[in-house]
Design a binder for this molecule. Structure first.
Ligand code: 5GP
Ligand code: ZN
Length: 136
């Protein structure tokens, strides 16, 4: 896609620090390095968000995540990793060529801060919502 920065990286028009490449997938270091080794895994085909992918294209992308994640773990000595996808602006997506973030973790007070606010469970609401999602 003409104006897509990640398509330009795939085409070699913009330099990147590649860590893995095959027919379907490219992985390269995120320029922002939220933690050392922060890597993006992208499909070579342009999909705006993960919602636009089908089972086949998604399987090519996600099939490579464990292998690339393990390479990062071995190379960096990280103790864990956050594996994330941001879908749409509200969820933090800023580049609209879908990608998976692999962010190695070294300590709980590094520069990546993810917090889930837990709510008291309302089991009736949970059942209704689950049924609604299952039907959709
Ligand atoms: P998002 O916010 O869409 O989930 O993540 C986009 C990521 O792409 C950001 O973490 C940002 O640092 C990274 N990024 C944006 N432009 C470039 C670039 O030109 N090269 C590389 N390597 N990463 C980029
Ligand atoms: Zn693209």
């Amino acid at each position: 896609m003409a104006d897509c920065i990640f398509c330009k990286i795939i085409a070699g028009e913009i330099p990147s620090s590649k860590v893995y490449e095959d027919e379907h997938v490219l992985a390269f270091l995120d320029i922002s390095q939220v933690t050392p080794g922060h890597t993006l895994v992208i499909p070579k085909e342009h999909y705006r968000t993960i919602l636009d992918m089908n089972a086949e294209s998604a399987s090519h992308l996600f099939a490579k995540v464990p292998e690339i994640a393990n390479k990062i773990m071995r190379a960096t000595g990280a103790k864990g990793m956050n594996i994330m996808n941001n879908t749409e602006e509200i969820a933090g997506q800023s580049v609209f060529h879908t990608h998976v973030h692999l962010a190695p973790r070294y300590s709980t007070d590094d520069d990546l801060n993810i917090s889930f606010v837990a709510h008291e469970p309302d089991f009736e609401k949970l059942a209704d919502l689950a049924a609604k999602i299952a039907r959709a």
